[in-house]
Design a protein around this ligand. Structure first.
Ligand code: C2E
Ligand code: MG
Ligand code: MG
Ligand code: MG
Length: 282
């Protein structure tokens, strides 16, 4: 009887939530299976110098193609991997795979490239993260100077002393740190000068404003100037148009990444692309 009276919006909502939980459970199950079956892979998006388009690095981006051939976007499965703890294992695999890829790239092109690797907060905070990092570097024999870990502004939410301990340990290995999606977080700016970071990645939302008659470069320019004042490097994310690239020159942003220059590419296509750039710049 009580159940009867609960019919209506409340029960409907609960059923929706149940369904949602079930979908997530199935997705996570499939993700684990895909990981075990080596069906996850990396794509690599070039990062270039704004002045002449010269490649300066690549960002490793995780991809999942299901058995049915459907691509599941990382924004959908990374949060799932995070909430289930799978990210620790997965993240270690990403580190090693991206480092190995960089080794191969360095043999195949004359550009001195760095490799950007996204690291989840849970990975970063994990007590064994530094060991995992050391092991990956040792096993792949990659030059740590060419590795750049991308973390979001939420690092600033962790206890400041703890963060700085991790960041300086990473820096002492020669590894660089970039703050991803910069400008979208809730953190105050004062933490920045005290954190051992090397680069700001200007979030796409600020780059989106660099177009049209009502273009507004103010925030992007402010971030570029902030980076320069703090002696940090800076890169623009999500550059899709020539017009945006022109703006970046005007506001003195030195590096960029986005579909305008190149989409995320599979290894073979990336090497072709790099060779094309070698010829263009020769
Ligand atoms: P992110 O690190 O900020 O990566 C940039 C995202 O913007 C990528 O999406 C990239 O494909 C996309 N992008 C690049 N240029 C353009 C452009 O010009 N226009 C538009 N509309 N998009 C552009 P993706 O690959 O879907 O990745 C989404 C997010 O998932 C990443 O954001 C990152 O936070 C996370 N992610 C991806 N791979 C990994 C990974 O290996 N580990 C972890 N922890 N997170 C990852
Ligand atoms: Mg990133
Ligand atoms: Mg980003
Ligand atoms: Mg992001």
């Amino acid at each position: 009887k009580a159940k009867e009276s609960l019919r209506g919006s409340h029960c409907y909502f609960t059923r929706e939530m149940e369904q949602e939980a079930e979908t997530r459970f199935r997705l996570l199950h499939n993700l684990r299976k895909a990981f075990d079956a080596d069906r996850l892979f990396m794509m690599f998006q070039p990062q270039v110098s704004v002045a002449d388009g010269r490649p300066v690095g690549v960002e490793a981006l995780l991809r999942w193609r299901t058995e049915e051939g459907e691509m599941v976007p990382p924004d959908r499965f990374i949060p799932l991997a995070e909430s289930s703890g799978l990210i620790i294992h997965l993240g270690e695999w990403v580190l090693r795979t991206a480092m190995l890829q960089l080794k191969r790239l360095q043999h195949q092109t004359s550009f001195n490239l760095r490799m950007g690797i996204n690291v989840s907060m849970d990975q970063f905070r994990h007590p064994e993260f530094l060991d995992v990092l050391d092991r990956a570097i040792a096993e792949t024999a990659v030059n740590p100077q060419c590795i750049e870990l991308e973390v979001t502004e939420s690092v600033a939410m962790i206890d400041r002393i703890a963060v700085n301990k991790i960041l300086s340990s990473i820096a002492s290995r020669g590894i660089k740190i970039a703050i991803d999606d910069f400008g979208t977080g809730f953190s105050s700016l004062s933490y920045l000068e005290r954190l051992a970071v090397h680069r700001l990645k200007i979030d796409k939302s600020f780059i989106d404003k660099l177009q049209g008659d009502s273009a507004d470069p103010r925030l992007a320019e402010m971030i570029v100037n902030l980076a320069k004042d703090l002696s940090l490097d800076v890169i623009a994310e999500g550059v899709e148009l020539a017009e945006q690239a022109e703006w970046l020159k005007k506001i003195n942003c030195d590096e960029a990444q986005g579909y305008f220059y190149a989409r995320p590419l599979e290894e073979a296509r990336l090497i072709e692309w790099l060779h094309e750039q070698e010829q263009r710049l020769a």
